[in-house]
Design a protein around this ligand. Structure first.
Ligand code: ADP
Ligand code: ASP
Ligand code: MG
Length: 462
């Protein structure tokens, strides 16, 4: 059996869903398939903002609910005309009624915990999978809705839960074995041992597909999206970006960790570990080969493999003569941030030990700054630390590739290109894997920087 995952970008409306069904039917000529689906395009974002509005007591969330009703009703009516469609619409409206009750609860108590948010988000994938399963069955391809909360088991880290592989594999294999038709599995959502709904992080449906593939020893796992494969840069920003035909697991992980949302960073492990081929393919262009993610190093002559970037980040720069040679300074800084649950994306420390520069998500800046000022109060009071700067509105750009290892001149080429185009670099870090050089720039320089770097490494070589 093959696992095929279709993302929200491939499920924007009834026409796109028809396209997906055609791809599934075509694949079924060769072998049975299980499909994993995301919510319809934009639905997860609108559920997040609806929950946040309800939490603030802003009744505007009801409009978002009405829009959700309208969109699902119209999509189903278009896909499945007549009485059969009406029954499916009733099922979808019942689900949205349940969601409305939940959001009303959020509005009343003015609180949406991470646990509640996961439950709210689960409606997006559940609604869409009911629709697509019903449509496939209606078209003569019997299909069965599978709620991933029955099969994917995680801890209770709501928002980015940690998967229990052994339990997940066992439950998934058993559940899919019992399926009468094509399993249509909700991506992204899971459940904790004691039955609370959890989620696997944004873009988590990719990860679900890989877990399902590993559980059933699939012949392959295909991630179907709206681009021809993993590309040398995000094509929305870099027109010259090209498809990478084959990429190693490590490089794909680095790219996705640094913002290439074409694939969720954990997707690679389950499938590739079990030697199951993993592909990225395009629903808008189904005959194109796509990208193969490989468990082995992939040889090519290009100096780097690709670029990625993460937005909405901020820097905290702590500087002072009093930090020189004092052991434990870095560990206090990192310890305080870890205790406050702040995720450090990148660190750079000058070799003089004069300063520590930490890059974090902008949304965590206030909390991070507060705990650090508390931790370093004595040093700040005594002016052993004389600068504590916070800088929001930044972007991290990462240059990635296994070929950088042991190859001199890459940083020189990178920073001289940036220098000659007058891009201001605020901090630099090199991963110890030597597979990654990352640097921080002003958010407004993002597009220009990505193009300057892409040109420096690719266009001049072509
Ligand atoms: P889906 O809804 O199918 O999960 P996503 O929107 O999550 O799709 O991911 C696909 C998008 O990822 C593409 O439209 C593209 O703009 C973006 N992207 C970012 N970096 C890359 C990259 N290196 N290669 C390909 N696409 C990328
Ligand atoms: N619907 C979820 C998201 O938007 C999961 C996914 O699309 O993979 O992040
Ligand atoms: Mg995605």
């Amino acid at each position: 059996m093959k696992v095929m995952k279709f993302g929200g970008s491939s499920l924007a409306d009834s026409n796109r869903i028809r396209g997906v069904a055609a791809i599934v039917r075509d694949a079924m000529q060769d072998e049975p398939v299980a499909i994993v689906l995301s919510a319809m395009k934009g639905v997860t974002d609108s559920l997040i903002s609806a929950a946040r509005s309800a939490e603030l007591g802003d009744a505007g969330y009801r409009e978002a609910l009405e829009e959700l009703r309208r969109r699902h009703r119209e999509t189903i009516a278009d896909l499945i005309p007549g009485a059969a469609g009406t029954a499916v619409i009733t099922g979808a409206m019942d689900l949205i009624d349940e969601l409305a009750d939940l959001l009303h609860g959020v509005e009343l108590i003015r609180e949406c915990s991470d646990r509640t948010m996961d439950l709210v988000l689960s409606f997006g994938e559940r609604l869409n999978c009911h629709t697509v399963a019903a449509f496939l069955s209606h078209e003569g391809e019997p299909a069965e809705f599978v709620d991933a909360r029955e099969i994917i088991v995680t801890d209770t880290t709501h928002g980015s839960a940690v998967v229990d592989y052994a339990e997940t594999y066992q439950r998934t294999a058993a559940r899919l074995h019992r399926c009468a038709g094509v399993p249509v599995i909700t991506g992204f959502i899971a459940s904790s041992e004691d039955g609370f709904t959890t989620t696997l992080g944004r873009n988590g449906s990719d990860y679900t597909a890989s877990l399902v593939g590993a559980a059933i020893s699939a012949t392959s796992v295909e991630i179907w999206t709206d681009v021809d494969g993993v590309m040398s840069a995000d094509p929305r920003f870099v027109e010259q970006a090209f498809v990478i035909p084959e990429i190693s697991l490590q490089e794909a992980m680095e790219l996705s960790y640094f913002g290439a949302e074409v694939i969720h960073p954990y997707t690679m492990l389950p499938a590739v570990e079990r030697d199951i081929p993993l592909w990225i393919k395009n629903t808008l262009n189904p005959t194109v080969r796509g990208t193969r993610i490989s468990g082995h190093p992939v040889h090519h002559d290009r100096p780097i493999t690709g670029l990625a970037s993460i937005g909405n980040v901020a820097l905290i720069n702590v500087e002072g003569g009093g930090m020189l040679g004092i052991p434990g300074m870095a560990s206090r800084v990192f310890g305080a941030l870890a205790k406050a649950g702040v995720n450090i994306i990148m660190i750079s420390q000058a070799s003089s030990e004069h300063s520590i520069c930490i890059c974090i998500r902008e949304s965590e800046l206030e909390r991070a700054s507060h705990v650090l000022r508390e931790e370093l109060r004595e040093e700040l009071d005594q002016r052993r630390i004389d600068q504590f700067e916070e800088q929001p509105g930044l972007e991290i750009v990462a240059v990635i590739g296994a070929n950088m290892r042991g190859r001199p001149g890459i940083s020189g080429r990178l920073f001289s290109a940036l220098g000659s185009h007058e891009v201001n670099v605020l901090a630099i870090a090199q991963g110890s894997s030597e597979m990654n050089i990352s640097f921080v720039i002003d958010r407004n320089d993002r597009k220009r920087t990505l193009n300057v770097v892409h040109d420096a490494f690719f266009v001049e070589d072509l």
